[in-house]
Design a protein around this ligand. Structure first.
Ligand SMILES: [Zn+2]
Length: 432
């Protein structure tokens, strides 16, 4: 860790760790101040300077001070492809500075992208924001934590590394190996993608292991209700979902009362329609995120690529952080069926989760009327009855004309960086 990051960790620890206890008015005021400052910073990048100018705003304009949200709303949401094309025009001052930190986003779309952070933003987003959320869910200093990660096995440290407290376990290994390393480490908390946790959990449970992990944090993929229940059962622990993206870091996290709280002091979440206009709370649309604290490479109204909604209600836990509704899937994963009917991957998975004794599955669209379901059945399952059940739920809950091919398998293939796609729409290029 470099000195600047360590400095900001110490300097910002109290305010960042305390932000969840701000009341709604103070939280809004903090968000507004940060947005003003961010807009002025963005005006010092070639990319946003041009966009602000097109929107009729200069960074020094009074409007940036008075109503930053209105200025932001005037900017069209940006996609990862537009940002990648902008290159160094995204950097404040037009060039990369020494001391900036960076992380590369996932290759699940085959398009890696690197985001740079100033040391203060890095300390806040990579450490303090995560720490406060995990602590709220019961994680304590001294707990043994296993991180299931898509690192090559040689870079992993399944024995807990030199400090003995944090073990990094590669999910690129066979699930039996992942399960064995987890059992050997005996963590108090485990963190990983739902697909890998579900698979390792099923193996541990099947092997009759008396094994308990009280805290389970899932991220990186949609967490479906069936997967949540299976993981919780296998590890005999509580599952907390975390929603984020590599470009913005953690956006929202699940509290012990079950609310998905948006980290509103560091990110501003909007839900927009096809034209980039904000929609009211409760309405589903595309998730657009503005990262409020990064002054190296500002991201304003970034299209994360997922669909979801913001809830008008407050959480019973009392935190003022607003609530994110169910994230219903990647925008790119919407299936286009016969007659132009569009179906969310969430509709398919909700239907499939109703079929008992399916350990894992993957749904691949073959053409506008056909899908293939690859399923790993429970060893005791009646395969013929299960196939009938799968066909029936997909026809009644998704589309009556749907033809369904069913294939029983022992294993399902992962995509790049071990990101598992439960639903592959036509043309997603991931079939095999
Ligand atoms: Zn809550």
């Amino acid at each position: 860790m470099n000195g600047a990051v360590a400095f900001w960790l110490a300097a910002d620890a109290l305010p960042v760790l305390g932000a969840p206890w701000l009341d709604a008015d103070r939280l809004r005021a903090l968000g507004r101040r940060r947005l003003s400052r961010l807009l002025r910073t963005a005006g010092r990048t070639g990319f946003y300077e041009a966009r602000l100018r097109e929107a009729g705003v200069t960074a020094s304009s009074l409007l940036v001070e008075r109503d930053p949200a209105a200025v932001l709303a005037g900017l069209a949401p940006v996609t990862k492809a537009e940002l990648r094309e902008a290159g160094t025009a995204l950097f404040v001052g037009g060039r990369r500075r020494s001391g900036w930190r960076s992380s590369t986003s996932s290759g699940s779309t085959g398009e890696p992208f690197r985001v740079y952070y100033d040391p203060r933003a890095w300390a806040t987003l990579k450490v303090l924001v995560k720490l406060r959320a995990r602590r709220r869910c019961g994680l304590e200093v001294g707990h043994r934590v296993a991180l299931l990660d898509a690192v090559p096995p040689v870079d992993a440290s399944p024995d807990g590394g030199p400090a003995g407290r944090v073990a990094r376990i590669s999910v690129l290994q066979p699930p039996e190996v992942v399960a064995a390393q987890l059992a050997a480490f005996m963590p108090d908390a485990v963190y990983g993608p739902p697909s890998a946790l579900r698979e390792a959990g099923a193996i541990l449970q099947g092997g009759g292991a008396r094994f308990r992990v009280p805290l389970i944090f899932t991220s990186g993929e949609l967490l479906h209700p069936g997967a949540r229940a299976a993981i919780s059962r296998a590890f005999q622990g509580r599952v907390f979902d975390v929603y984020g993206s590599s470009e913005t870091k953690e956006i929202a996290w699940e509290c012990p009362a079950g609310g998905m709280h948006v980290n509103a002091d560091v990110v501003r979440v909007e839900i927009v329609d096809e034209d980039g206009r904000s929609v009211p709370d409760g309405v589903e649309g595309q998730i657009v995120v503005t990262s409020l604290v990064n002054h190296a490479m500002p991201l304003l109204r970034y299209r994360v690529g997922d669909r979801g909604s913001l809830l008008p209600s407050r959480c019973e836990c009392g935190l003022a952080f607003p609530l994110l509704g169910v994230v219903t899937g990647r925008e790119a994963d919407m299936l286009e069926l016969q007659d132009g009917r569009r179906v969310s991957p969430y509709a398919l998975t909700c239907a499939l989760e109703r079929v008992g004794q399916v350990l894992r599955y993957q749904i691949t669209q073959l053409d506008p009327v056909r899908v293939r379901v690859r399923a790993i059945p429970h060893p005791d399952a009646d395969r013929a009855a299960m196939a009938e059940h799968i066909r029936a739920v997909l026809r009644t809950e998704v589309a009556p004309f749907l033809e369904v091919e069913i294939e029983y398998v022992d294993r399902l293939a992962h995509g790049p960086r071990a990101k598992f796609r439960v639903v592959e729409p036509l043309g997603s290029g991931a079939r095999g």
